[in-house]
Ligand binder design. Sequence first.
Ligand SMILES: *[C@@H]1O[C@H](CO)[C@@H](O)[C@H](O)[C@H]1NC(C)=O
Ligand SMILES: *[C@@H]1O[C@H](CO)[C@@H](O)[C@H](O)[C@H]1NC(C)=O
Ligand SMILES: CC(=O)N[C@H]1CO[C@H](CO)[C@@H](O)[C@@H]1O
Length: 472
Amino acid sequence: MKFALTAATVVAAFISGAVAQTAGQWGQCGGNGYTGPTQCPSGWVCTPVSPPWYYQCLQGTSTTSSSSRSSSSSSRSSSSSSSSSRSTSSSSSTRSTSTSSSSTRSTSTSTATTSGSTVIPTATGNPFSGKTVWLSTYYAAEVDSAADQVSDATLKAKILKVKEIPTFTWLDTIAKVATLDDYLPAASGKIFQLVVYDLPNRDCHANASNGELFFDQGGAAKYQGYIDGIAAAVKRNPSTTVIAVIEPDSLANLVTNLSDPRCSAAADGYKSSTTYALKTLAAAGVYMYMDAGHAGWLGWPANISPAADLFVTMWTNGGKSPFIRGLATNVANYNALTAASPDPATQGNANYDETHYINALAPMLRTKGWNAQFIVDQGRSGVQNIRSAWGNWCNIKGAGFGLRPTTNTGNQYIDAIVWIKPGGESDGTSNTSATRYDTMCGGPDAKIPAPEAGQWFQAYFVDLVNNANPAF
Ligand SMILES: *[C@@H]1O[C@H](CO)[C@@H](O)[C@H](O)[C@H]1NC(C)=O
Ligand SMILES: *[C@@H]1O[C@H](CO)[C@@H](O)[C@H](O)[C@H]1NC(C)=O
Ligand SMILES: CC(=O)N[C@H]1CO[C@H](CO)[C@@H](O)[C@@H]1O
């Protein structure tokens, strides 16, 4: 059914003449509900990275090696056949792609281990200080195609400014690990911002971002392979500073949502898999911030102390590495860094914005021995007082792009203001028949109709631009 829909979309694109358009380098070129261009630029191949949700234009047949780069001309000529095979046999082509990439990975891992043994990574203070952040080519391609859909010249000019603002790259499937072999060399000398997001039984208290791995189907071992793949890619690219957010929502769900049997069943696995990620990525020299929910979740008096305990436990389990730099808050949420006044939806929580939350949590962590630093997502926090309930999180209507990324935070605990959620990518589908439908995405504060999580949501993106604060 889903593949039939994809094929129909491709046919419709041909009929409407959209076939003349080409997705950008790194751009999306297919997937459930996707209606944009399906052709890739010459030398780039439309590759299933998260089937059936989406397909991305990748260089050649993927990955690193010079032999695969030089074979890009042959893949170029086969790009039209690959787009037709996509609608019929995507799973087998995915499998062969990932097989070849994992063999590439293991070959070059041994090389990297040899040369890497002479360079033991050392953590040095605020990893954002004095460095430029690489601008995601994937996000830039999404923004470019958003601009193409707009005729108003003033709006188009504003949209194109979004390309200059760094966002994070979400590695939400094992297949996407292979994209690091393109991104990390491109980010040489700069910071590459990454979200590690593929825990088994992911998103245990919600539906919209449920993942591909499950503990009862060998997920723990597959997750270790996913983390190993990231670590190996980082070691192959020692000139790139990698900063990662670790697993949005997972530990916070263990603080507040153990009454949900899906979360209590996943709790031990979340902890051991996260510990594996912390240790392995620290050894590769990745600076990490564990996700710490937000003020309206863990900032409540009943939650903040258990949260501090859990984060210190995880830092300890991870070996207290200085690469476990601290915590990330407000990831993909809408809270202000500093609210002018408490949003009525915050209902008397003294920690009514991220500054209050961080200023309350940081000393608790210090008392327990961890001098954790913070980063705060402000990507969609430009407009406040737009929610009827603070817990609403899905495609909130009226939101605008927020404070721009900076290390000039005015707060001793905050390393950087960042944009972690790439604004314009949906939080979850509003289609009530979809497997990953979450009631939050059809709720009173959610903009509809919304595509699947991670898919481009053009109308929402335009709102973010028009409502941006500071304005573009
Ligand atoms: C909603 O999802 C169902 C099940 O996947 C699908 O059949 C239907 O076409 C979708 N509706 C829209 C409007 O996308
Ligand atoms: C998630 O999906 C399940 C199964 O379809 C449903 O019972 C539950 O209400 C959904 N949860 C939310 C928050 O939408
Ligand atoms: C039962 C419970 O504590 N539920 C919480 C789960 O986490 C959400 C945030 O995603 C809270 O709003 C709920 O109260």
